[in-house]
Design a protein around this ligand. Structure first.
Ligand SMILES: Cc1ncc(C[n+]2csc(CCOP(=O)(O)OP(=O)(O)O)c2C)c(N)n1
Ligand SMILES: CC(=O)[C@@H](O)[C@H](O)COP(=O)(O)O
Ligand SMILES: [Mg+2]
Length: 621
């Protein structure tokens, strides 16, 4: 195997071009094998294999900085940069990250996971390099999807003005997770067709030159003028960035020669490469949407598996039904149609559906515009990606108390994607914003009740739910819910556990059949059910709060603030995620490590003298 000879990118320099071609195929097989075991970002990584081999052949990582936007397509880069022996641990607890990560390898130029950051990072690096009079190359690989992000486009604006030496490789496969959207995407498609027409004309020109040199000259001048127009029309030309392409992103030899030439150029250059998502694995080529980030599969017999009925599906079903009842309802996704459970909605209500591309800020402010003009927008957004829309929520939505519903998916620890994707800050950053209300359903039925009520009541409302499965609620069921009221799930004589969403199951497990311990579904995080909280404290119950969210600033903090305002001091323990980041791994394991699971709740109750010390704790002492 050629791969056996490669332990660092240096080893690529001595391989023949034929060996490099074999290496690309071996990398593909390894990526497929390991994704079969662990799941992972298969199709994007398969599409970038030749690009990555060519980059490491021509450039000198880690001296030269290779940046991968999002970082989900960089599996070949990981294997080639000293991580082939640990590649099988990708996305597993204690293993390597599924994205590029600065602290993981000197070859990872940026820590990524969220899209559209590579160009601003590259710009900053170019400024640092020039200021410190250093000499190295900076190359950013950015997908057509990631280029829809405002951050990337705004960075281009500065890059074009600064004109520092850097190479941007636009990896255009016409796909985001689903089909890519936006005017630039449309432009690239048209541009490729024009380029193809030109190339065909060039072939005709060569023939013409032989037949009639005079006619050839005339045609040639017209061609040159057209070519100039084509390039002037190119948006990157306006940005002041040199544009080269489009070229075949799977032509390894061609890429190597091109990189060698581009390396010598000054100023910023964009190389537009066309690739196929899922390249080299027929199922992934045929259905790059499913194979973008599949769970484990059998590489010999790849089959799609049902991931079960998710909270996202429950939201999608609810909103699809609601849209029939409320003609003003409008759903927005920032490029997460599949993940947010919106495939059916987008088909049944296509005129009341917008995919903005990867721009959560635009999605939020577009929702504001819709609300200002009489629509009822629902922004389906992952908790972690909503961080990108913080100012828009305050400035464009909350100040005027606009009717925008945020369906906040992936709330809590998410598992394989790790620290960049954990949705563990939303309560803290939302609850400080006046007018914003926050709710978290215990099941799919409650989700439906909350959505409907939020629509009726108005104002900005965030409804958060986790990356998990849930029991399906009956179609047509729209139970009433009293807004702002908690629910007693189990009465207790001495203590109550206050929890919501995913951690409620830990609360119920901890309480078990013990008559002393009660459980409250604290489904409204803002406003809190102050009346119930006050009663519990006045009646002398001991309290434990538990949440799958940062402890600092989360639900428990809100409870403490409310108690302080009420002048009450019950015996209380607040359980939430400690002040650190959690990497990839099993969700249950991380909950244990964070101290928010049933055992941790029992431990807190033991410290308060409600239960005798849990056996596991006794044995440790
Ligand atoms: C800010 C942000 N929003 C959404 C996502 C989810 N996401 C991850 S990859 C991806 C599509 C990226 O498309 P592209 O850059 O073209 O890469 P490809 O997968 O096509 O290679 C999306 C929407 C993200 N990572 N970051
Ligand atoms: C790279 C990225 O950001 C997405 O592909 C993300 O991994 C999707 O996560 P879910 O699988 O939770 O939808
Ligand atoms: Mg793409």
């Amino acid at each position: 195997m050629v791969l056996d000879k490669v332990n660092s990118p240096r080893d690529l320099k001595t391989l023949s071009e034929e060996e490099l071609l074999t290496l690309a195929q071996e990398l593909r097989s390894e990526i497929i094998r390991v994704c079969g075991q662990n799941g992972g970002h298969l199709a994007s990584s398969l599409g970038a294999v030749e690009l990555i081999v060519a980059l490491h052949r021509v450039f000198d990582s880690p001296k030269d900085r290779l940046l991968f936007d999002v970082g989900h397509q960089a599996y070949a880069h990981k294997i080639l940069t000293g991580r082939k022996d640990v590649f099988h641990t990708i996305r597993q607890e204690g293993g390597i990250s599924g994205f590029t990560k600065v602290s993981e390898s000197p070859h990872d130029a940026i820590t990524a996971g969220h899209a559209s950051t590579s160009l601003a990072n590259a710009l900053g690096m170019a400024i640092a390099r020039d200021a410190l009079r250093e000499d190295y190359q900076i190359v950013s690989v950015i997908g057509d999807g990631a280029l829809t992000g405002g951050m990337a486009l705004a960075a281009l604006n500065v890059i074009g003005e600064q004109r520092r030496k850097l190479l941007i490789i636009l990896n255009d496969n016409e796909m985001s997770i689903s089909e890519n959207v936006g005017a630039l995407n449309r432009y690239f498609k048209e541009f490729q067709i024009k380029k193809w027409v030109q190339d065909t004309q060039k072939w005709g020109r060569d023939v013409l030159e032989h037949i009639s040199p005079r006619l050839f000259n005339l045609v040639d001048r017209a061609k040159e003028a057209a070519k100039l127009m084509l390039h002037q029309e190119n948006p990157f030309y306006a940005w002041g960035v040199r544009y080269v392409g489009p070229v075949d992103g799977h032509d390894l030899k061609g890429l190597i020669h091109l990189f060698q030439e581009l390396k010598e150029l000054d100023g910023p250059t964009i190389l537009h490469v066309v690739t196929q998502k899922g390249k080299g694995y027929s199922v992934a080529e045929a259905d790059p949407i499913y194979w973008h980030g599949p769970p484990g599969f059998n590489p010999e017999k790849p089959e799609k598996v049902s991931k079960g009925y998710s909270w996202s599906a429950a939201f999608g079903d609810a909103v699809t039904e609601l849209a029939y009842q409320e003609p003003r309802l409008f759903v927005i996704t920032p490029a997460m149609r599949e993940g947010s459970g919106l495939v059916r909605y987008s088909q049944t209500h296509p005129t009341r559906y917008l995919d903005t591309g990867i721009c959560e800020d635009v999605a939020a402010t577009a929702a504001a515009g819709m609300a200002l003009r009489g629509l009822k927008p629902v922004l389906a957004i992952y908790s972690t990606f909503m961080q990108r829309a913080y100012d828009q929520i305050i400035h464009d939505i909350a100040i005027e108390n606009l009717d925008v519903i945020f369906a906040v998916d992936r709330a809590g620890i998410v598992g394989g994607d790790g620290a960049t994707h954990n949705g563990v800050f939303d309560i803290a950053y939302l609850r400080t914003i006046p007018n914003v209300q926050i709710a978290a359903p215990k099941d799919a039925l409650e989700l439906r009740a909350m959505l409907k009520k939020a629509l009726e009541r108005g104002g900005p409302v965030a409804i958060r739910y986790p990356r998990d499965n849930v029991e399906k609620a009956p179609e047509g069921a729209w139970p009433e819910i009293e807004w702002g009221r908690w629910e007693v799930l189990k009465e207790g004589s001495t203590a109550y556990i206050l929890s919501f969403g995913k951690t409620l199951r830990y609360a119920l497990e901890a309480a078990g059949e013990n008559p002393e311990i009660g459980v409250i579904n604290a489904r409204f995080i803002k406003p809190l059910d102050r009346e119930m909280l006050e009663r519990l404290a006045l009646e002398g119950y001991k309290l434990v709060t538990a949440e799958d969210h940062q402890r600092m600033g989360g639900f428990g903090s809100a409870v403490l603030e409310a108690l302080s305002e009420l002048g009450l001091k019950p015996d209380i323990r607040v359980l939430g995620l400690p002040d650190r980041f959690f990497d990839h791994g099993s969700i249950a394991r991380m909950h244990k490590e964070a101290g928010i699971d049933a055992e941790a709740i029992l431990k807190a109750l033991a410290e308060m003298g409600v239960v005798s010390k849990p056996p596991a704790l006794d044995s440790k002492r």
